[in-house]
Design a binder for this molecule. Sequence first.
Ligand SMILES: *Cc1c(COP(=O)(O)O)cnc(C)c1O
Length: 431
Amino acid sequence: MRFYSTNTTQQFVTLQQAVIQGLAPDNGLYMPEQIPVFPSEFFKTLSGKTFQEIALAVAKPFVGDEIPEEQLQTIIHNTITFDAPLVEVEKNIFSLELFHGPTAAFKDFGARFMSQVLGYFAQQQKREIVILVATSGDTGSAVANGFLGVPGTRVIVLYPSGKVSDIQEKQFTTLGKNITAVEVSGTFDDCQRLVKQAFLDEELKSKFFLTSANSINIARLIPQSFYYFYAWSRLAQQNEVVFCVPSGNFGNLTAGLFAQRMGLPIQHFVAATNANDIVPQYLNTTQFSPRPSVQTINNAMDVGNPSNFARMLDLFHHDHKAMSRAITGYSFSDQETQAAMIDVFKNLNYVLDPHGAIGYLGIKKYLKQHPSATGVFLETAHPAKFPDVVESTLSTRVAIPDSLQRFLSGKKETIACSTTFADFKKVLNHI
Ligand SMILES: *Cc1c(COP(=O)(O)O)cnc(C)c1O
């Protein structure tokens, strides 16, 4: 499979080049030359397959012959070491729990797959690969843990100081080894801008072999399609399946669109956001107006300029009508989110995390108008990752899973940095 940039659709690179570069040299995002389409018989066999078998089948056409099948099988095997169960929280509404991995958020899927793919390609390179990653919370922990100890790689995590939860922060600031955390006195958008700028800086590019692990990297996106197939295969009623995706940078939703293009019979998508409603606004008005992000109780979705929107536009050939037919956009306030968390806890005895709560609100709203559909919302993180919000909202304690517990005793080590690129360069030059 070859890949092109969303800014130059006439030039192609290999998977290896796309994964190592992260962002294309023209600042675009890599897209597969064609999205493979599975025959309808393939879908009839899915319910008899394991999650790993499904993942391997989905990944194979994207990887082609660039990674030997046996090696790819090992990568999948090491990525999917945990389940993604569907929990019916109420009639016709399922929570797809994507938080059973080591850092308790869905980003484990992308990060674990990507780190191994990059590790495989790194063996063929002579220089250490430096992975820059901006995080609003969960990406940093998933990526840092995915790459921890992978030979030939170094990870620099940039995060907005004071804007991630303590437990999230602990997961990427206490690891040591090949992981360095940079604490930026700004917002997530500042972090993302610094990373993007670094990729365009000739001096840094000659000094370091830079790549990115943000959701812009195609190797993060491919594995996020796996669980749409898996979830669909486990539903008893497979007609009119609607997925609601609580979104920030829209990587997760874009991976769902890939799955649909591969032939998976997903009837519709709901893109649900918090007050950072840039994409719902586009869907509802045709105006795409990125703006500085505002802080909410679902901090991993506080994104003011969603990077994967470029891929969404590309998938729909910049046709607003086509995109808005396929995706319904809703946004919800902190107040609505908390009310939903309380309601679901009191009446259905299910603890939503603040991000999944946006997903629940989105599917609930959509099903009001489409009562015959089967709704699945992505529960993107374990509620214990956000104890302040969850415990104060629900007035109950949330047990911390063992996977998270082990980070809490570590000592935080970070390098402070302002929001200026000059400062960030100084930091990089001292690493
Ligand atoms: C990253 C994240 C999101 C947003 O996912 P995108 O792919 O960026 O849209 C939602 N919830 C949680 C818990 C996250 O970590």
